[in-house]
Structure formats: structure tokens, C-alpha cells
Ligand binder design. Sequence first.
Ligand code: GUN
Length: 301
Amino acid sequence: MAKILDGKATAKHVRIRLKREIKDLILLAEHPPQLVFIQVGENPASTTYVNLKHKMAERIGCISTVNRLPATIPQDELLEAIERYNRDRHVHGMLVQLPLPDHIDEHVIAQAIAPAKDVDCFHPVNVGRMMLGLPGPKPATPLGIITLLEEHGIEIKGLSVTVLGRSNLVGKPLGLMLLKRHGTVTYCHTRTRDLASECRRADLLVAAAGKAGIVTGEMVKPGAVVVDVGTNFIPALDEQGQPLLDEDGQPKFRQVGDVVFDEVEPLAGWISPVPGGVGPMTIASVLANTVTLYKAIEGLD
Ligand code: GUN
């Protein structure tokens, strides 16, 4: 039976540490860190994530602002809003929640945010700094995964690591960050020939494919550490296999990972659950990046 990589509890420890750090830093900086969230449109999942990040930021002692803009806002006007926050010396961090409406180019937006205020680590300068091992913000989900492993005493050095997924947000940067910590990293993706055997070689298997249940029991080496990054929503069923409905008669959904938990948990040495694993760590990492940038801007690092 696997031990649980408890992201909820670990994220709470991280937030407690950050709150203490901010309390001390405020004495020197004479003002708290300020974080701005920009949401364009009303995607319900984005609203949930932004509200959660906003609440956590306030809880650790940041000033947090949510700027909700209409889905129809022209790209130029969004760029002007970003530029205002870039120039505001009391703003230390900013993020624009994705996805954005089709008429707005995510890459243009990522490059408009000043690298010094980029809490998502989406700006190419910060991606490059991460790749070179230089100080700065780190991609939030990969940083959260590494913190989750470290806080549970798992040493990455020397491990055979398989990263399933090569997205710019998770798989690609995570592989580089694990390499920096001396893991032997293999990337797998949709064109990988023998996914099961690549996964089975891994001492540390990270599933970030975005596909519910892609990692089954036969793909996991006994005793391996399994990190599940998946946040997939599938219809919730009752005991007879019928769809569960909410009070408006709409189908209910439940959150599942990329890993078939019931098959893998009896085999693995460690496993992160969904929900309660990587998700809370990602939010904690955005807050950790905010403190990193606050210290740099205020000359306190
Ligand atoms: N949408 C889903 N995940 C993220 C994230 O980490 N940052 C931003 N800005 N938008 C997202």
C-alpha cells in the first residue's frame, strides 16, 4: 500500500512558512507584497482558481487584487492594463489567468508582463533563467511537485524519472527541473512507441498527460513514486452506473487524475491523490514565486 503525498497538508506548511517570512519582510520593506490577478471573461473554472489564489494570497499577508475584464476586451486594452501594473511600483506580482478568448494571443500577453512581476514564470526570460539554473520565479506546478517530493523526504538524485506529457506549463519545465536535481529523465508523449515499458522503468513517474486513467497498474514499477498531475472531470455515476444529476437536472462531474488510483495505489511506494495532491501545491508555488519577486524588487534577497 502506497504512502500518500499529501499536497493539501504540505501546501498548508508552505503557506505558514511564507506568512512568517512576509511578516518579517514587511518590517524591512515597509509595505506588503501586492499581487494582481487578471481574469478575462467568465470561465467558471478560471473564476474558481482565481478566487482560491486570491484568498490564499490574502491569508498569507499579501494585498491581492482581482481585475475582472470583459471577454470582449481588445488585446490592446488588456496590454494597457498589464502595462499599468508593470509601472506600479507597489505591485510585485501579476498573472493573467488562462485560457484567454481566441482573439487574444497568449504568447503576446506572457511577454507583456514584466519578468520581474511574472509569478507564473511564463515570460521567456524567466523560462530561460529557469533553464540556466538562475534565480527567479519557477513554473508553479513543477515547483509544487518538487516541493511535495522534498517535503516528504524523497531524494530525486539518481532516480530514473519518466515524465508523461511535454506541455510548456508542466511536463517540459518539470523534466528540466528534475534533471537539475540529478534525476535521469525520460519524456513520454503521444508519439512514444512503448509507453507502458517507459513508465515501468521509472522510480519516479509523473503523469501529466491530461488524460483520465492513462496510467494503469501494469505501467508502474512496484515501490515507485507516482505523481498524478491530471485534473480531469468525468461524469459522476451512482452505484448502478447511472449518471448523477444536480438539483437542476444537470449531470454531476467528479475530478480524477491521469492515474487509475485503485490499481496503482497497492503497488506504488508513494502516490499523490487527485484532488489533494499537486493542485494545492501549484497555488502554494504561485505564492512562493510572489515572495521571491517581492524580495528581489525590494532588494531584500
Ligand atoms: N490556467 C490554468 N492553469 C494556470 C496557471 O497556472 N496560470 C495561469 N495564469 N492560468 C492558468
